[in-house]
Design a protein around this ligand. Sequence first.
Ligand code: GLV
Ligand code: MN
Ligand code: MN
Length: 414
Amino acid sequence: MSTRPQLTIDGLILELLSLGQISEAEPPVVTRVVFSEADMRARGYVKSLCASAGLTIQEDAIGNTFARWQGRDPELAPVGTGSHIDAIPNAGLYDGCVGVLGGLEAIRVLQKLGYKPRRSIELVIFTSEEPTRFGIGCLGSRMMANVISPKQALALRDKEGRGLEELRAQAGFKGSLESVMLPKGRFHQFVELHIEQGPLLEEQGIDLGLVTHIAAPASLRILIEGEGGHAGARLMPGRKDALAAAAELILALEAAAKSTGVIDTVGTVGVCEVFPGAVNSIPSRVRLETDVRDIDGARRDSVLDTLRRACSDVAASRGVTITTELVNADPPATCDPEIVSTMEAAAAEAGKTYKKMVSRAYHDSLFMARIAPVAMLFIPCRGGVSHRPDEYASPEWIGSGINVLARTLVKLAE
Ligand code: GLV
Ligand code: MN
Ligand code: MN
């Protein structure tokens, strides 16, 4: 495409800010847990924007949303783009939302240019990319790719013990969970625009990251059961303090992740629930949720093994009971070289600088890669900050991403 897309970036930034106002927390803090009232309002807002752009909207049985711009040949499998609008507690405006509203903006820019794609272009808004409610990330795309079966999905519970069946019904989504699964070929190709969530592009002054691989995430849930009691009257000898045991495991995970000697291995304990949670009561039960990632799946698994061994050792030395549950251990994904070359050509055409890079965060593209050729386009974010309220991507960065996404979609849709 030779004509330069005219970006209406001011309008898009206003839309991003408006979406950010829809939050369970006081804005500018964004918290939008899947199927919460805020999530449902945010979905409504984005769907209204899609409808105004003339897109045809369909939702599946768990609320994955497909907004289609009909192509010249509607029989052909569409090119997909999109991301998520759910947000972890205490998040910012850009994670996921740049890919959804940016994808929509790319479509609107192309419409304004009078372009009509051969293949339809479908904007996808995935349900529950974030693991906040169900403890497992990318639930929507995971189910689309049949990486998690309907039976396994039905067994998921949130902190209040509510399951997918109850929550999706409350949100108004019905139909068989089997129907969420998509066959290979349903999408011709899929491209996700996202903020980098790391510092490299900004540090190096590069406009765009062309993602070649997505790192392998895993999560192990750990339940430690000790013995509670009075914090004053119960003396130190013979205590079975579940939180003291947890502390050892948290440090064991940190040490295991560092011990690979490779910068790509990371391990985090992001959830630590203490029961009964009273200052004058010895913790009798602790639940940890751990997150381990690497670009090398085997090395990631060796860290998980070390953590499991630490669980046995700590259980023996402290006389507590420790059980573990592997929530997920996903392989890394490789992006499609042809789409990456297409993005390269699009970036060159737009006069943007770029580098090939690995995504250390996971994304719905990790699972879309099971059913379609995928790639991801990263834009910088200030200081590499993400999953925090001060997450920021400048209008220029977002504009570059949309410009190159639009050009890429044109090439893929022909
Ligand atoms: C996605 O939000 C991730 O945690 O990588
Ligand atoms: Mn995220
Ligand atoms: Mn994201």
